[in-house]
Ligand binder design. Structure first.
Ligand code: SAH
Ligand code: DHB
Ligand code: MG
Length: 259
């Protein structure tokens, strides 16, 4: 028996063009080593496909969200990463979640599902088309009463949010334009309490993070972020590199321990 996951892995993510035999061995394509140009490797895809088939089984809502996202850039978190965000939210019993960068709502659905009945997620998105797709996907997931998508430049939306002086957020996921990430991170810390967890996507950037001469504003943004995190005595911080269907990248984590 072979489990076909070609084109769309079971939790609906399209990044895994693989077939997994019931033995658990993926039949690899030709890329058996790291492709240093695209920074991808069939073996990384195979492990994601294998574990995702067993741990994030077929999910019509997420599959539909990925189908709807077809017109959008294919840059949502993977199923494994989406589940990880959900797992973190559950572990800290998050009731208030902030996301910066909604796209089609894929990561928002994963985190939204971890919320209790009175929980709320606010997701900030610049592109009104993305926000529209996201709202449809969120409604299909039955999460429209918990998840709110706000359209606008995140820097403006964050200023508005701060002025609203609502409850602080328990979990923040930053995944929008990379050059402004340090500013998003500062705003997140401002809206935190002791115990708030802040997660930032795409900090490693296929290793470009270490390029001190880089003139790429996105790389510079992530370098500024890590410096800022290291200098902030209120935070316990780390970076974890990742490989998988999204290539070589990594997350930064900050736990607010003082305010
Ligand atoms: N978190 C999503 C992926 C987000 S992709 C997921 O995993 O499913 C990044 C998103 O950030 C895009 O939709 C892009 O339009 C949005 N974005 C880019 N610049 C922005 C800005 N200045 N303010 C808010 N959103 C922005
Ligand atoms: C890109 C953005 C992301 O948030 C991501 O996870 C991967 C790629 C991008 O803009 O290319
Ligand atoms: Mg990302």
């Amino acid at each position: 028996m072979a489990l076909e996951v070609a084109g769309s892995n079971p939790a609906g993510h399209p990044n895994s063009p693989l077939t997994i035999a019931s033995s658990g061995h993926a039949r690899l394509g030709s890329k058996r080593t790291v492709d240093w140009r695209t920074m991808s490797d069939d073996r990384w895809d195979a492990v994601d496909a294998y574990t995702t088939a067993l741990l994030q089984p077929a999910d019509p809502v997420l599959e539909a969200a990925i189908r709807e996202n077809a017109e959008l850039p294919n840059i949502a978190v993977s199923a494994a990463q989406g589940q990880f965000l959900s797992l973190l939210a559950l572990a800290i019993k998050a009731r208030r979640i902030l996301e910066v960068g909604t796209l089609g709502g894929y990561s928002a659905i994963w985190m939204g599902r971890a919320l209790p009945e009175d929980g709320r997620l606010i997701s900030l998105e610049l592109n009104p088309q993305h926000a529209e797709v996201a709202r449809r996907n969120i409604a299909r997931a039955g999460l429209e009463s918990k998840v709110e998508v706000r359209v606008g430049a995140a820097l403006d939306s964050l200023t508005t949010l701060k002025d609203e002086v609502g409850e602080p957020f328990d979990l923040v996921f930053i995944d929008a334009d990379k050059r402004n990430t340090p500013e998003y991170f500062s705003a997140a810390v401002d809206m935190s309490h002791a115990g708030t967890l802040i997660v930032v996507d795409n900090v490693v950037r296929q290793g470009r993070l270490t390029d001190s001469d880089s003139d790429d504003p996105d790389t510079q943004g992530m370098r500024r972020l890590i410096e800022q995190m290291g200098a902030d005595r209120r935070l316990t911080t780390t970076v974890i590199q990742t490989v998988g269907v999204k290539g070589w990248d990594g997350f930064a984590f900050a736990l607010v321990v003082g305010t």
